[in-house]
Design a protein around this ligand. Structure first.
Ligand SMILES: Cc1cc2nc3c(=O)[nH]c(=O)nc-3n(C[C@H](O)[C@H](O)[C@H](O)COP(=O)(O)OP(=O)(O)OC[C@H]3O[C@@H](n4cnc5c(N)ncnc54)[C@H](O)[C@@H]3O)c2cc1C
Length: 434
């Protein structure tokens, strides 16, 4: 399963606008060979792993990061770039942790966006960060849900930056008749995800972390001094942090891995539309996301394309097959884009938990994992890295807040998880028709 998922993920990245719009160094990081010794071994060079590396280096710990591919190969190099506060399903926090816990978690999610902005500044990462975020409702029955969410965020979870937009106001901001209401957040925003990830990788190297590419971790021998074994070498360390996301496979114990299911999500990029035409689509070029179960998310890139994402699937169908379907969804929003060419289409696996809350935990006191960002990882992964590094330093209050969340396993084992999920999604798709 893990292996075929890895291959499917590889196929999904081939026609990525992000890969086409960055210049990677001529040589990848070296392959890990032989025996190494450090304080911390991080598995995965996405945002989460790189954040652990940066935070550990800031605390004087020596760090090795090993990736099965290379930095930004996973979701961190493919996503919608939406950099936002909150969680995929905010109510879970209040339900499981009470109001105080929910407020603390929300404050950390806000710190997550602040951390992205701070790192961009501190490390000079040119990744086109643009502030402004619109959450919108397309259906009458979803308008009260949006209103209730905004009221909870404001009065129960302590976030006072949101403003309500009625139908006229949202239509003044988005040149589409599809939206009935919206909530504007000036602090959240969007960025070029792969540029951000490669910038974090550069920063981690500069801060003294050693990065290795094309070095898949095969297993972790647990103990007082764990050994992380890769295809050609091994790392002996004091702490392990597993940040391999949806494709980590059977490195983690089966009961932990079963808390996450890989759901493919796809994005298309239009041809460049020119400054004026692109500006006319969304006021201030804010990012947009609707509040449906199968949501559409879109934004305008720095080179004036529309990047439009959506269409969840557990099977990872080829994005080429889905290009026309997503293009139609984009034209539903913007009929004025019916004539534009689609130049790129790609996808990736979102690591989703059953309750849509992130899953942080420890397998042993010196072996941490973070997973299940459920489509809200751009900002939250930064915080995940910070709280893991704090926990390694013995300050575990923030880590424990998340680790208290209860997570159920997906049914069906690794072979059946896909088909079972597909059935569940079909059910939700039917509900959305009404
Ligand atoms: C199409 C798509 C759109 C999305 N849109 C958004 C969005 O707009 N906003 C948002 O907040 N979130 C979004 N997300 C989610 C977000 O991208 C992720 O939550 C986040 O990038 C997860 O980061 P990560 O570091 O945990 O994992 P990844 O970036 O997936 O990194 C994991 C790394 O671990 C490596 N790895 C895996 N297994 C092993 C192993 N055995 N040995 C060594 N290395 C291994 C992989 O090669 C990979 O590089 C989206 C995701 C997708 C796929």
């Amino acid at each position: 399963m893990a292996d075929s998922l890895d291959h499917r993920a590889d196929a999904l990245i081939r026609n990525s606008f992000y890969e086409a719009s960055v210049t990677r160094a001529a040589d990848d990081d070296p392959v890990l060979e032989g025996m190494h010794e450090v304080d911390v071994c991080v598995i995965g060079a996405g945002y989460a792993g790189l954040s652990v590396a940066l935070e550990c280096r800031a605390r004087g710990l020596s760090v090795i990061v090993v990736d099965a591919h290379r930095p930004g190969w996973g979701a961190s190099g493919r996503n919608g770039g939406q950099t936002l506060v909150g969680f995929a399903k905010d109510e879970i926090f209040e339900r499981q942790l009470g109001n105080q816990g929910a407020r603390a978690a929300w404050a950390m999610s806000v710190e997550g966006v602040a951390l992205v902005r701070e790192r961009i500044e501190r490390y000079g990462i040119a990744c086109d960060f643009t502030p402004g975020y619109l959450t919108v409702a397309t259906k009458p029955k979803r308008v009260p849900d949006l209103r209730a969410w905004m009221e909870s965020a404001t009065s129960r979870w302590g976030y006072d930056r949101l403003s309500w937009l009625d139908t006229d106001e949202i239509r003044a901001r988005i040149a589409s008749k599809r939206y009935l209401a919206g909530v504007y957040d000036p602090f959240s925003g969007h960025l070029h995800p792969l540029k951000y990830c490669l910038g974090l990788a550069d920063a981690a190297r500069r801060e003294g972390a050693q990065l290795f590419a094309h070095s898949p971790v095969i297993d972790v021998l647990r103990g007082a001094r764990p050994i992380v074994r890769t295809s050609k070498g091994e790392v002996r360390c004091r702490f392990v942090s597993a940040c391999g996301n949806a494709t980590i496979g059977n490195v983690l114990p089966a009961d932990i891995a079963a808390r996450v299911a890989p759901i493919a999500s796809y994005i298309i990029a239009t041809e460049p539309l020119g400054n004026e035409r692109a500006d006319a689509l969304i006021a201030g070029r804010a990012a947009v996301c609707d509040n449906n179960f199968f949501l559409d998310y879109f934004r305008v890139s720095a080179d004036h394309r529309v990047l439009f994402g959506g269409r969840a699937s557990s099977t990872g169908a080829s994005p080429l097959q889905l290009t026309e379907e997503i293009r139609k969804r984009m034209v539903d929003v913007y009929p004025q884009l019916a004539d534009v060419r689609i130049e790129y289409a790609w996808g990736g696996f979102v690591d989703v938990t059953r309750n849509r809350a992130p899953d942080f935990g420890s397998i042993d006191p010196n072996y941490f994992y973070v997973q299940g960002f459920s489509g809200h990882g751009v900002a939250l992964t930064g915080i995940a890295g910070r709280v893991v590094a704090q926990a390694m330093a013995g300050e575990s209050a923030a880590f424990d807040l998340f680790a208290q969340l209860r997570h159920a396993r997906f049914p069906g084992g690794s072979a059946l998880r896909g088909p079972v999920l597909e059935l569940g999604m079909l059910y939700h798709r039917l509900l959305e028709l009404f």
